[in-house]
Design a protein around this ligand. Structure first.
Ligand code: GLN
Length: 470
């Protein structure tokens, strides 16, 4: 699989041009996407930009911006001025973005070319991309299986070879789980490292955008372009405002054993244990760590997240944005627009969120979940006094079949290892650590590396040494 760095080298050397790269993206999409459905829209104007980028390399060579001419696919909950931004929802089916998200501005300034918008679970709610109003995406490695979600279209776009990199968002695992299911690198930055301005808000205290790539070095490069303080998002931080997190050659990895017992696929556990053994053989130290409160992560997430969802999605009322149903009066318009515009999972979460925030239940649910969140942070800080990186599988199973998880709770269990990371705001990286055989297909399995707050560069250093250098 081609990496961004390899592509860049070829562009600079004049061996290959952005025009050829974009033409190749288009031809892969044409050949494969009628079956995969990774893309909601393909941007034909990418070719014009590619021609300009090709000319620019002739003039500027190595001095050209870092991502000049590199084809990217963008999750459709990220605003690109003048392009449709649907969030894979019927309610925004015909909505066109009127400004660029900050990360889009920064990617454009670095020369990236967007070849299309990718499919996703509606408003990023889900773990399989089956909750899209525009049909599910299939996993390119086995088309009977899901690519994961909610950034499943972005993962499939990279895995099918249409682009070397895609952007996703991660509220509870939506970059990392699809990366794991599609054999990719995925990165969820420290909360506040990347601006959320121009992202469709799901859970504002949890959301971050990040890359899906074929190498850790690419993820680092792209994250570097997108990250940093943004005056349009008050929660963003200066990149040098973090406490120092040392990068070491030999590290101490913490494994939360008690957390790995329940409901984890046996083959996933085998691959995970093998990875731990390899780390030990390479001279790293492995220790067991105790994170008892982490078992409550899933429960806390499925209270905090819907609470924020119910508030964030109040703006889609059939008046200000997108789809508007005919009604007898204003209330009727609101009700019908939301009833017809939202899919079942989105409605479920709005209802749950409204309930946990309602007077009389607030303390019992939302208040308690926030308390759990606080305790998780404290536990994590304690563990990070003695370990450099915490290790878990990224997801408890390999990619599952389309339609297999019709029970919402079974779907939510997918997020067991990823949601504690968003609840505590720390960064996490996933990359393939091995694979399992299922019905004569080889399915990749991802490992998750978690670092302390602001430890993004520690994850990149570890990932490059352990995955890229393999
Ligand atoms: N699968 C999780 C959920 O459904 C995570 C979603 C996300 O990160 N956007 O909420």
């Amino acid at each position: 699989m081609e990496t961004v760095s390899e592509l860049r080298k070829k562009f600079v050397a004049g061996e290959y041009t952005p025009t050829e790269a974009i033409e190749k993206s288009f031809s892969v999409i044409k050949e494969k996407d009628s079956d995969i459905n990774a893309f909601l829209e393909v941007y034909e104007d990418a070719l014009e930009q590619a021609k300009a980028a090709t000319d620019r390399y002739i003039k500027e060579g190595d001095a050209a911006p870092a991502l000049l001419g590199v084809p990217f696919a963008i999750k459709n909950n990220i605003l690109i001025k003048g392009k449709k931004a649907t969030g894979a929802s019927k309610i925004l089916e015909n909505y066109t973005a009127v400004y660029d998200a900050t990360i889009i501005k920064r990617l454009k300034a670095a020369g990236a070319i967007f070849v299309g918008a990718t499919n996703m679970d509606e408003f990023a709610m889900g773990g399989s991309t089956e909750n899209s109003a525009f049909g599910p995406t299939k996993n390119p490695l086995d088309t009977e299986r899901v690519p994961g979600g909610s950034s499943g279209g972005s993962a499939a776009a990279v895995a099918m070879g249409a682009v070397p990199a895609a952007i996703g968002t991660d509220t509870g695992g939506s970059i990392r789980q699809p990366a794991s299911f599609c054999g990719l690198v995925g990165f969820k930055p420290t909360y506040g490292a990347v601006s959320r301005y121009g992202l469709m808000a799901m859970g504002s205290s949890l959301d971050q955008a990040g890359p899906l790539t074929n190498s850790v070095a690419d993820a680092e490069l792209i994250h570097g372009v997108m990250a940093g303080k943004d005056e349009m998002d008050a929660t963003t931080l200066e990149s040098d405002s973090y406490p120092e997190v040392a990068v070491k050659e030999k590290m101490t990895f913490g494994v939360p054993r008690q957390f790995l017992s329940d409901g984890v696929d046996e083959d996933v556990l085998k691959v995970f244990n093998q990875h731990v053994a390899e780390l030990e053989a390479a001279g790293h130290k492995i220790v067991d760590v105790d994170l008892p409160i982490f078992e409550k992560g899933l429960a806390a997430y499925y209270i905090v997240m819907p609470a924020e969802v119910s508030s964030n999605l109040a703006r889609y009322d059939g008046i200000r944005y997108g789809f508007s149903a005919e009604g007898d009066n204003l209330l009727d318009v609101y009700e019908k627009s939301r009833a017809e515009g939202f899919g079942a999972e989105v409605k479920r979460r709005i209802l749950l969120g409204t309930h946990v925030l309602s007077s009389g239940y607030y303390d019992a649910y939302y208040g308690k979940a926030e308390l759990v969140r606080k305790k998780m942070r404290a536990e994590l800080n304690e563990v990070f006094k003695t370990v450099d990186i915490i290790l878990t599988p990224t997801a408890p199973t390999p990619a599952f079949k389309l339609g297999e998880k019709s029970d919402p709770l079974a779907m939510y269990r997918q997020d067991i290892f990823t949601v504690p990371v968003n609840l505590t705001g720390v960064p996490a990286l996933t990359f393939p650590m091995g694979s399992v055989e299922r019905e004569e297909k080889t399915l990749p399995i991802g490992v998750q590396y978690i670092a302390p707050h602001g430890g993004d560069s520690r994850l990149f250093a570890a990932g490059k040494a352990i995955y890229d250098a393999r």
